[in-house]
Design a protein around this ligand. Structure first.
Ligand code: NAD
Ligand code: TDX
Length: 333
């Protein structure tokens, strides 16, 4: 299939490009605005692949999207691009409305007008809000609580409305917290690994007992690909790792893998509106034939090793824009 993927230079997107190119005859056009987390080094190994094209641009740019859909005779769209970090959404919420809501709206409308056969929206379990007990199912109401998750929920509602109103064949995946190589080090796991490697404090928010369900990026991409190929039009699919852990336990495991002391853990001021727990039921996607395959302990150990062996990748990031961000976010905590 000829696929337009947005956000392919980011963390999940770059793994997805590699997955789509492997073992199929898909053509992949990657449209990425190269915002702070977009990094072409993530794709160095596939840059000259004959079935891959990179386009530097914004998915909210309607004429550009229209031209790409036409010139490449695109049959399927996967929307992976977004502003993705909850802490940044607290200090700069409008950037999230612009990209996650307006950007998705433009892409969706252009894809419909071009007669695209498949549109997959990469969403998140955060749209269900904080889940005190049990597991969210796809039928649960959306109850987002941060500007990030509210923007993602807005996009989901728009995408679903295109099925209801136009029978435009959309599918949505709602993935849980994802980890693995090439994740921008603002996120919890890569931040804690790289800080620990430098013997810097690990800033644990609040009491550290918030719970997340960790999903390997390989499993996340396999799930997205599976839904893209086999999902029922108009349907939403939750995608979780089945690895629910308290943050403090993940922090301890990272320190253990690196042989660093627990004294590096620093309890800091909590994130405003911090969601206590996310947990999704994946029965629907399992019935469709997907299940996660990477045990968390193995996946975390391999991720720690990747950051240990790829210092040049993250060192460059942490000494650039990130350094000012880190001071802004953490010095006052
Ligand atoms: P990321 O921040 O690493 O990558 C986002 C990419 O989108 C970057 O390459 C960036 O340059 C690009 N981008 C941003 N705005 C753009 C625009 N207007 N036009 C084109 N490209 C643009 O994010 P990620 O963690 O890889 O997340 C990818 C997707 O998966 C997002 O939709 C996110 O909401 C979703 N998701 C992420 C997680 C997670 O834990 N990381 C979990 C569930 C869902
Ligand atoms: O410095 C930190 N200290 C800390 O205790 C950071 C950055 C995070 N945390 C906590 C907050 C969360 O409870 O760790 C947990 C994970 O935090 P993040 O990595 O920021 O992820 P989260 O807020 O759960 O959102 C992530 O999962 C769903 C992604 O960033 C989203 O893009 C995705 O949709």
């Amino acid at each position: 299939m000829r696929i337009l993927l947005t956000g392919g230079a980011g963390f999940i997107g770059s793994h997805l490009v590699r997955r789509l190119l492997k073992g199929s005859d898909d053509q992949v056009v990657n449209l990425d605005a190269l915002r702070y987390s977009g990094n072409l080094e993530n794709l160095a190994d596939v840059a000259s692949h004959p079935r891959y094209t990179f386009v530097h641009g914004d998915m909210a740019d309607a004429p550009l999207v229209r031209r790409l859909l036409r010139e490449h005779r695109i049959e399927g769209v996967i929307n992976c691009a977004a502003e993705t970090h909850v802490d940044r959404s607290i200090t700069d919420p409008l950037a999230f409305t612009r990209t996650d809501v307006i950007g998705t709206a433009v892409l969706l409308e252009e894809a419909k007008q071009a007669g695209v056969r498949r549109f997959l929206q990469v969403s998140t379990d955060e749209v269900y809000g904080s889940v005190e007990q049990g597991h969210s199912t796809e039928a649960d109401p959306l109850a987002p609580r941060s500007p990030y998750s509210a923007s993602k929920a807005g996009a989901d509602l728009l995408v679903q409305s295109y099925w209801t109103t136009y029978q435009f064949p959309v599918v949505i995946t709602r993935g849980s917290n994802t980890y693995g190589p090439n994740q921008y080090p603002e996120k919890f796991i890569p931040l804690f690994i790289t800080n620990a490697l430098d013997d810097q404090p690990l800033p644990l928010y609040g009491d550290g007992r918030y719970r997340r369900d960790w999903l390997s990026v390989l499993d996340h991409c396999a799930g997205i690909h599976h839904v893209f190929l086999h999902g029922k039009p108009g349907e939403v699919y939750n995608l979780g790792g089945g690895n629910e852990r308290e943050n403090i336990d993940v922090a301890r495991a990272i320190l253990h893998h690196l042989g660093k002391p627990a004294s590096l853990i620093r309890f800091v001021q909590d994130r405003p509106g911090h969601d206590r727990r996310y947990a999704v039921s994946c029965r629907r996607l399992e019935a469709l034939g997907w299940k996660p395959s990477v045990p968390f302990e193995e996946g975390l150990r391999d991720t720690v090793r990747w950051y240990q062996s790829n210092e040049a990748w993250w060192r460059k990031i942490k000494s650039g824009e990130f350094a000012a961000y880190y001071r802004r976010m953490y010095e006052r905590r």
